[in-house]
Design a binder for this molecule. Structure first.
Ligand code: SF4
Length: 364
């Protein structure tokens, strides 16, 4: 049985990533079988509870207010709307709902109180609840934990070096701080990244160093392939090859054996054979539903047909960790402190982000 190490170096990770493919696959599939059922894959549903209008400048994101994209923004969904969507997701085989809000950070107030109520509601449906709401403080993380949150998603996106080429409105260390705040609670950590943003293989390895040296390692690591959206600074990036995806999944599996590796954005570009290779390499989760926040994703029926063809079973909820209890708002020991997280403002300039912003101004 392979052991979890927290001292991986970039060189070691690059050696793994660049192995002859058959050796890489054999090694990752072997480790995968030691720690997980190879025929079980978790189906998660990603729900955009508040779309668009984000003040950040992430170069890949159509929800950034400063770029001109086709995204239709909406205000925060109601608890009832979210419950209806969660029930639909459960009926179609999802065991986890991930709610995403296009916020820089959480602010204490009515909207956050509503999100806490959404967490309580979905946890009571016996589904794993994950949130991705931007930066959060320790107290906000505690309030989410009390509501019954199972996981908090906060991606590192890329290596610390390449992060500066993609985002200028916050720093890599801000990401680590939010992850650290989540770690002070019982909520599990979901953190991964995106490949195909123009980064080098060294940056992919650098991101995996940052994730694998966290102790404990994230319980969940999404690997996304960039979906280049017109109007964003990364609109001209070429789609990432399936071989890169397979190598990335296999390497992630080898260095983070216990983690749930999530095959996330970019699946519409992958053939069924390509996805099967990713499952063999160690991916054991997908996002279901025809949209991933705002970008296209395979339809649920198509995924269920793929599962049947490959003999895969959807994972039941709370297999890896017990279901958290939900504390009602009136019994909560953590109250709103009227705070918001502090973050660094690197304020450096990224030419392609500036160009996309200027282009948007002309079009608006
Ligand atoms: S990725 Fe998140 S933080 Fe960045 S612009 Fe999009 S919604 Fe905002």
């Amino acid at each position: 049985m392979s052991e979890t190490r927290h001292n991986w170096t970039k060189e070691e990770i690059l050696d793994i990533y660049n192995k002859p493919l058959m050796e890489l696959l054999y090694e990752s599939a072997t480790i995968h079988r030691q720690h997980h059922d190879p025929n079980t894959v978790q189906v998660s549903t990603l729900l955009s509870i508040k779309t668009g209008g984000c003040p950040e400048d992430c170069g890949y994101c159509p929800q950034a207010a400063r770029y001109h994209t086709d995204i239709e923004g909406n205000d925060l969904m109601s608890v009832q709307q979210v419950k209806a969507q969660a029930l639909r997701a459960k009926a179609s085989g999802s065991s986890r709902v991930c709610m995403g809000a296009a916020w820089r950070n959480v602010k204490d107030g009515q909207e956050f109180d509503d999100v806490l109520e959404m967490v309580r509601t979905i946890n009571k449906l016996d589904m794993e609840v994950c949130c991705t709401l931007g930066m959060i403080t320790e107290n906000q993380a505690q309030r989410l934990a009390e509501a019954g949150l199972y996981a908090y998603n906060h991606n590192l996106d890329s290596s610390e070096e390449y992060y500066k080429e993609v985002i200028s409105t916050r720093g890599f260390e801000d990401r680590l701080e939010t992850i650290d705040n989540v770690r002070k609670t019982n909520v599990t950590v979901c953190s991964g990244g995106i490949i195909g943003m123009g980064e080098k293989v060294e940056d992919r390895a650098g991101m995996l160093v940052a994730l694998s040296t966290l102790n404990p390692q994230p319980e969940s690591v999404p690997i996304n392939a960039l979906v280049a959206v017109e109007g964003t600074p990364l609109e001209d990036q070429k789609p990432v090859s399936i071989w890169d995806m397979v190598r990335m999944v296999a390497t992630t599996r080898i260095i983070m054996p216990e983690t749930q590796v999530r095959l996330s954005a970019g699946r519409t570009e992958m053939s069924r054979e390509g996805q099967a290779m990713c499952f063999f390499a160690g991916a054991n989760s997908i996002f279901a539903g025809d949209k991933l926040l705002t970008t296209p994703n395979p339809d649920v029926n198509e995924d269920m047909e793929m599962f049947k063809q490959l003999g895969l079973n959807p994972q039941k909820p709370f297999i890896k960790k017990m279901q958290p209890e939900t504390v009602e708002a009136q019994d909560s020991q953590y109250q709103a402190l009227g705070e918001k997280p502090k973050w660094t403002r690197p304020e450096h300039t990224i030419d392609r982000n500036e160009d996309a912003k200027q282009k948007a101004k002309v079009l608006k």
